[in-house]
Design a protein around this ligand. Structure first.
Ligand SMILES: *[C@@H]1O[C@H](CO)[C@@H](O)[C@H](O)[C@H]1NC(C)=O
Ligand SMILES: *[C@@H]1O[C@H](CO)[C@@H](O)[C@H](O)[C@H]1NC(C)=O
Ligand SMILES: *[C@@H]1O[C@H](CO)[C@@H](O)[C@H](O)[C@H]1NC(C)=O
Ligand SMILES: *[C@@H]1O[C@H](CO)[C@@H](O)[C@H](O)[C@H]1NC(C)=O
Ligand SMILES: *[C@@H]1O[C@H](CO)[C@@H](O)[C@H](O)[C@H]1NC(C)=O
Ligand SMILES: *[C@@H]1O[C@H](CO)[C@@H](O)[C@H](O)[C@H]1NC(C)=O
Length: 420
């Protein structure tokens, strides 16, 4: 295992987050839903919408008209191989297709209703025939069009387009709670009334596959430009991310080397570039790993080894159900989204750097000009904590997080959970 990043900054970082929450609460109920919890796909709370009318989610009931204010949901495959994206709808009108083949370099434009809630992921290595598709990761019970969530492990992009008390905020995240299969990035496509949000606050990426990490550089990657430098993880390397998955959680364990002279398992055994990783929850289905049952409580459910590693390679992604404070993006409603599989670049570290600015956009408490001034300021970005997790700091950081979560519980009237 590579040496995990050390920062020693977690505690300082978390107390800063507490200050931010206090500020957020003072700002009042406009900032709703600072906590949005992400359950694994096997959780009851996630399944409830399907129970009685799952067929509804195979196809839209009707074509969306202009009156529905359709929101773009664009899917791009930047991988070198074909993908079969899957889309599950929890609420609202689903897109035109919930599962399809997408060749390398191809993009498919879809639309969903402005109250849509659901997730997008990539299926790999599918064998298809008619309406069936059997895939090695992300499989939809053998169907090409997905009716439910896909089989873990899969990197997820999750959206709630009508979140918050007022239903006028978009909540979104990248989730590794169901494991990781492909690098994934999100690109905001502004609506005419939301063009002035800085892109480096919104376009999150999780890139944790060897070969996709570029040298640290704030420009030239798909999600940023020279006027709005994106805060990103500076620590990981291609060699390092090839081994982030705890050995036993690899979805496809590498073969024993030929003559068995090497000990096995052994980190010297070459892992394949495409090395999907099960989350601890997906692997064990234990309440303690899935934060279910009596562990459905932030003061009880703690991050696993998997969560710690996942957070280190993808600081902006959910690594387990209760790390929502550094994993949930909230913006005023209006714009749409592009989900890019296999972006090249680096994992972003936006929430640790610009959490305050993002809250300010969500609440309208700072002018867009003030926010832009900060988000264009490279010195400011560099002065922020580099990484929200570390092996030595994780424990103390997460204890703080539980206190933080209690504060959230007390403030529950202001907040809205992701899953109603
Ligand atoms: C499903 O439909 C049945 C019969 O209409 C109803 O009793 C049940 O509560 C419904 N379940 C859910 C989860 O909506
Ligand atoms: C898909 O959406 C993108 C971005 O909005 C747009 O530039 C492109 O023209 C669209 N493609 C098609 C075929 O509609
Ligand atoms: C499976 O899919 C991954 C990701 O698309 C690809 O890298 C890998 O080569 C595929 N493996 C096979 C056996 O097709
Ligand atoms: C960077 O992005 C912003 C917002 O999309 C845009 O207004 C600006 O022109 C871009 N700057 C450059 C140098 O491309
Ligand atoms: C932008 O316009 C849409 C459609 O009218 C609306 O739903 C949304 O709330 C608006 N967003 C903002 C930030 O004003
Ligand atoms: C950029 O940020 C730094 C550190 O916060 C601050 O000292 C400096 O004044 C800022 N520069 C501008 C132009 O806002």
């Amino acid at each position: 295992m590579e040496k995990r990043p050390q920062t020693g900054d977690s505690r300082r970082f978390m107390s800063k987050r507490k200050t931010l929450l206090a500020t957020a609460l003072l700002l009042g109920s406009e900032i709703s839903g600072v906590a949005a919890k992400v359950y694994p796909s096997n959780h009851e709370s996630y399944k409830f919408n399907y129970l009685n009318n799952s067929m509804r989610y195979l196809k839209p009931k009707r074509a969306l008209s202009k009156r529905d204010n359709p929101i773009p949901l664009i899917v791009t495959n930047s991988c070198k191989d074909p993908l079969w994206p899957g889309i599950a709808t929890q609420h609202g009108e689903p897109p035109e297709s919930s599962g399809f083949e997408l060749g390398p370099g191809k993009t498919r434009n879809l639309t969903v209703s402005s109250d849509w809630q659901g997730r997008v992921w990539g299926r790999t290595n599918c064998t298809t025939s008619g309406d069936t598709a059997t895939c090695s990761t992300g499989d939809c019970f053998g169907k090409l069009e997905c009716q439910f969530s896909g089989a873990p492990p899969a990197t997820l992009a999750e959206f709630n387009l009508a979140g918050g008390d007022s239903r006028k905020q978009t909540f979104y995240d990248i989730s590794l709670v169901d494991g990781y299969n492909l690098p994934l990035g999100l690109v905001y496509h502004p609506a005419p009334n939301t063009t002035n949000f800085p892109p480096n606050l919104l376009n999150a990426a999780c890139i944790a596959t060897a070969g996709y990490l570029t040298e640290p550089a704030r420009t030239g990657t798909f999600y940023t430009n020279s006027s709005f430098p994106t805060p990103y993880d500076k620590i990981q390397t291609n060699a390092g991310v090839s081994k982030w998955c705890p050995w036993d959680l690899q979805a496809f364990l590498p073969e024993k080397p030929g003559d068995g002279v090497y000990p096995y398992p052994d980190d010297n055994v070459q892992r394949p570039n495409f090395d999907p990783c099960k989350s601890a929850c997906a692997a064990t289905n234990e309440p303690s790993d899935c934060c279910t049952g009596k562990y459905d409580d932030p003061s009880v459910c703690k991050p696993s080894l998997y969560s710690g590693h996942a957070k280190a390679v993808c600081p902006d992604a959910y690594s387990f159900a209760f790390d929502d404070t550094t994993s949930t993006f909230i913006v005023p409603s209006g714009g749409g989204w592009e989900v890019v599989f296999c972006p090249e670049g680096r994992s972003t570290n936006i929430l640790a750097t610009f959490g305050h600015q993002l809250s300010a956009i969500a609440s309208g408490s700072l002018s867009v000009e003030e926010i832009q001034a900060t988000t264009m300021n490279e010195t400011f970005i560099d002065s922020q904590p580099d990484d929200s997790s570390s092996s030595s700091g994780a424990a103390s950081g997460f204890e703080d997080l539980s206190i933080f979560a209690c504060v959230i519980a007390v403030a529950a009237t202001f907040l809205m959970l992701w899953v109603e």
